[in-house]
Design a protein around this ligand. Sequence first.
Ligand SMILES: [Zn+2]
Length: 413
Amino acid sequence: MEYLFRFREENVIKVLKEVNIVDVEASTLIEGQAIVIENGRIVDVTRSPVGGEAISFRGAFLCPGLVDAHVHLVWEGQPDPNSFSLRESVAMTAYRAARSAWRNLEGGVTTVRDVGGPHGISIALAEAIEQGISQGARVLAAGSPVVQTGGHVYSISEEADGPDEVRKAVRRQIKAGAHLIKLMCSGGAYTRGESIHATQLTPAEIRAAVEEAKAAERRVAAHALPEQAIQNALEAGVTTVEHAALLSKRNLDAFCTTGAFMVPTLAPYYLMATRGREMGVPDYAVVKSEQVMEHYPTSLQMAFAAGVRIALGTDAGSPGIPHPTVPFEAWLWQSLANIPAPAILRAATLGAAEAVGLEQEIGRIQQGYWADFVVYRSNPLEDITVLHHPEAIFQRGAQVAGGGTVWSKTLLG
Ligand SMILES: [Zn+2]
């Protein structure tokens, strides 16, 4: 994957002094440290740095840059994204995606995995950001999701039926430059006329897709809400199951034996269920979201208790949730499912990095890693709501933003 990391790099040696490092693996603080950065990477973490251009953060908390394992950059929270995508010009959608990538970065999310958008926009955006043409979070992109005819969010997807067509669709996405493959293995909330309990793509079709993706060294992300769809995806060997809202004991066992990741995304369902009607979300989507939310917090608790590998995702861009959504999603995990802050923080950094295959590059503040981090005034291991107030954001060692408040702050009870 080294093609993802061709960059303009800064040659200045920089030293960030007097910081408390948030160790997301050990859930502890390493106090009074200095970080030495060269060419965008961390070259040393020490108590007594020598030389370099020093910046002091006097007692601030330095957290690895947040990673969102599930976004849609082409959308910005419109109440009915399907009809929106069909109406807007490709060029306009591309500008919108660039703004979404910037907004993530500005909010402390330094890496996103885009799990579906049309016209190869996010694939091109990933390259544009890498080359410095556009500024934003690092992007890994799936291109168009592969769906059965009329399947979930077909408006932005490539329709394919039968294992051979699915194979061809996967090959086309890889040809287009997709970093991973996204499959829709069940119905969802905001496509009209499909049930959240409906499985989509047959086990044979999912297996064909996974086989093709693996042959090309790509991971597979599967959208699956109901029990049977989650099971189909896990048995076929996908790397991540997106949403996984209606989990069973059988699913938990399959997660644990395969080592696949669950990517929970409570935010869109919660907001559509609680505020959908006032936002103008179609009624069918509100009703389906209410059904999802009856089970979702329990599913999340069950997954944590069973030791399932978990990566935080948000579905940012979906109805009601503009970018970035990591701070809000984190707060929902705590307030609806009682997940402790350190576990949430791990899922939003190293956990998500593992799920996307970048755990040797990002997600830790450690020698050799990219100098992507967020500075906070208080300790996020104790108070997860602090994610709403990033004081400074560093990407590859350069301070790129900071000082704002994330949009969702007003929604916190
Ligand atoms: Zn999604």
